[in-house]
Design a binder for this molecule. Structure first.
Ligand code: PSU
Ligand code: MN
Length: 309
């Protein structure tokens, strides 16, 4: 049921850099036409960074790794697309049809295919009000059990970032600040939450990843701040997130619909500014993912001697 497309399979077999890309941002995160714009930008930025992009989705009973551009378009245009998290994979594959894979389901595919880098915008995490709702994204435990580095701008700002960071610690998932000492807050660069580990370039990140995977098997979060030119003002967006949460509870929205609802609400309330920021950071993260994948591939080639020793 796993279909690794030829370009990706060849790159992996030759030890060349590959970056897995999720597709739920396209099917459930961003409004058209920005969904396709973002997907194309991510594909192009991954290639510009010297890696082969491997966008993942469910299509016609297969977990496809490495969607070609026409299939990315078809996914964006399709009227009926499921949001496929890890737990939904079996049902989506058995049903046929199309599904956009979240970070958790994309990690499953990356793990099966042997891809070690995944790029996304923001991971799912612990929702605000989670003590009542128990809503914690399946992304977190799946990162913990899959040896893949997730390059992202932290967790989405609509979430409870301090609790998300605590949960990652509990799960044994390292969080590396990429050029930062703080967890980024998705739409803005600083959350005020200190990180224990910082790397300033792709080669250093690759060295940490390699060392981690010699002795550990969890995934790793590489936290990249959104571009300074695109960051939004927390004092303006935070109250809008509160509004969005109130609207969600008034409308009875919960579960898998919660994240798409909250993102759509803040997008509307900011006249699309959050969408622009989301596209900018998705694109940057694809580029950083490509750079780290390249450094990892060089690291593998260069260290084959000491592995033999
Ligand atoms: N990043 C974005 N936009 C998104 C998402 C990530 O910039 O819409 C998606 C990812 O697919 C992530 C999912 O896995 O939101 C989390 O959803 P939930 O909170 O329901 O687990
Ligand atoms: Mn959830």
């Amino acid at each position: 049921m796993l279909e690794v497309r030829p370009e990706v399979a060849t790159a992996l077999a030759e030890g060349r850099p590959v970056v897995a890309l999720e597709s739920a941002f396209l099917t459930h995160g961003l409004p058209a036409p920005h969904d396709l714009e973002a997907a194309r930008a991510m594909l192009a930025e991954t290639r510009a960074g010297g890696a082969v992009p491997a966008m993942v989705a469910v299509a016609d009973g297969r977990l496809v790794v490495g969607l070609e551009p026409q299939r990315v378009e078809a996914l964006a245009r399709a009227a009926q697309v499921a949001k496929v998290s890890r737990r939904d994979l079996g049902a989506a594959l058995a049903a046929g049809g199309l599904g956009g894979t979240t970070v958790s389901a994309t990690l499953t595919a990356a793990g099966l295919a042997g891809i070690r880098i995944l790029a996304t915008g923001g991971i799912g995490g612990v929702h605000r009000g989670s003590t009542a709702s128990a809503d914690v994204s399946a992304d977190l435990p799946q990162i913990a059990r899959t040896p893949v580095a997730v390059v992202c701008s932290g967790a989405k700002a609509v979430l409870d970032l301090p609790r998300t960071l605590e949960m990652l610690e509990t799960l044994g998932v390292p969080v590396l600040g990429y050029g930062t000492d703080e967890l980024p807050a998705f739409y803005w660069r600083r959350s005020g939450l200190a990180l224990d580990h910082r790397v300033d370039d792709a080669a250093t990140a690759a060295a940490v990843l390699t060392a981690h995977w010699r002795v550990e098997s969890t995934g790793i979060v590489v936290a990249v701040p959104p571009p300074a030119t695109s960051e939004l003002d927390a004092t303006i967006v935070e109250p809008l997130i509160d509004d969005a949460r109130r609207a969600a509870s008034a409308a009875g929205v919960s579960g898998p619909e919660a994240t798409p609802f909250l993102l759509a609400h803040v997008a509307k309330a900011t006249g699309g500014r959050t969408v622009e920021t989301n596209i900018a950071l998705l694109t940057r993260n694809a580029g950083v993912g490509a750079a780290i994948a390249g450094a990892l591939a060089r690291h593998d080639a260069g260290t084959s001697d000491d592995v033999a020793r």
